[in-house]
Ligand binder design. Structure first.
Ligand code: SPD
Length: 296
């Protein structure tokens, strides 16, 4: 099946075999192409274009509005780093809120912490959850856990209305286009501050330091205005634009850069493939071209 604008067939150069490629237009002037073996799913949901394809290099891939969200081969870096950094910088996270993240990868990592009593996942698009449960079982495997409470609604509205004091809030959003735009605003960060407990901590994915510099500047300034502590950290995600990804943490009390033993659980006890205590600390060491973006 050829999907105009998302997937296209091109003739092999050395043979007359037809090859199928998925191309993400990362900017107007930059594309990432992956050869795929098949399209498992594609639909227009109420909110976005949703596709799942099997790629040769990165395994199964979830795509929303043409942008790669997660692949089986590199998702562990992103999900471990967005989840374990706040979960281990906070001394005793029990109540956790995830905004977005319908593929379940962030929830899967949060559930590795035995002290967690409840995880609320607020995803605007029910179909992201349903299709991920169906086609991305390694990523979505925690969504049926009894500690997980799934709500299909607008994350911005939920955060503004909730009276629940969360220990950790994680914003695992798509890019700031369409339904996710409001998740990158000062008003939203203020609402996140109010939804957190007195010593709560928050982390959001904040895009590429190579390709989204103005956004990072603005987000960091807004989070610094909303929280007493704001810090940015980095991790490599090869399928995201620029390959190097940023996360920004806002905290009421604790230093997000400092991993700690949580009860009897030490960072070393977690089963991870990217995150370690040393990687946690190192992720906050910023090269000058990134540190420069954070200067007022
Ligand atoms: N450019 C795509 C950035 C997507 C970040 N969020 C992905 C969600 C994975 N759980």
């Amino acid at each position: 099946m050829l999907l105009p604008g998302l997937l296209s067939g091109t003739k092999g150069v050395l043979s007359d075999l037809m090859e199928l490629w998925f191309t993400e237009n990362q900017t107007n002037d930059l594309k990432l192409s992956c050869r795929i073996t098949r399209t498992l799913h594609r639909e227009k949901t109420e909110f976005q274009d949703l596709a799942v394809v099997d790629t040769v290099e990165y395994g199964r891939m979830l795509v929303l509005d043409g942008a790669i969200q997660t692949t089986v081969k590199d998702e562990f870096v992103y999900h471990e780093m967005i989840a374990h950094v706040p979960m281990l910088a906070h001394p005793a996270p029990e109540k956790v809120l995830v905004i977005g993240g319908g593929d379940g990868g962030t929830v899967r990592e949060i559930l590795k912490h035995p002290g967690v009593r409840e995880v609320t996942l607020v995803e605007i698009d029910r179909r992201v959850i349903e299709v991920s449960r169906d086609l991305l079982p390694e990523t979505s495997c925690g969504l049926g856990d009894p500690r997980v409470n799934i709500r299909i609604e607008d994350g911005i509205k939920y955060v503004k209305e909730t009276r629940r004091a969360y220990d950790v809030i994680i914003v695992d959003s798509s890019d700031p286009i369409g339904p996710a735009v409001g998740l990158f605003s000062y008003d939203f960060y203020k609402a996140v501050f109010e939804a957190l407990a007195d010593d709560g901590m928050f982390v959001a994915q904040t895009e590429s330091p190579f390709l989204n510099q103005n956004l990072i500047r603005q987000v960091y300034a807004d989070i610094s205005k909303a929280f007493p502590v704001a810090k940015l950290y980095l991790a490599p995600v090869p399928t995201y634009p620029g390959g190097l990804w940023s996360f920004t943490a806002g905290s009421k009390v604790y230093d997000p850069a400092e991993p700690r033993d949580v009860g009897e659980k030490r960072p070393e006890d977690l089963e991870t493939r990217y995150y370690t205590r040393e990687v946690h600390r190192a992720a906050f060491v910023l090269p000058p071209f990134v540190a420069e973006l954070l200067r007022p």
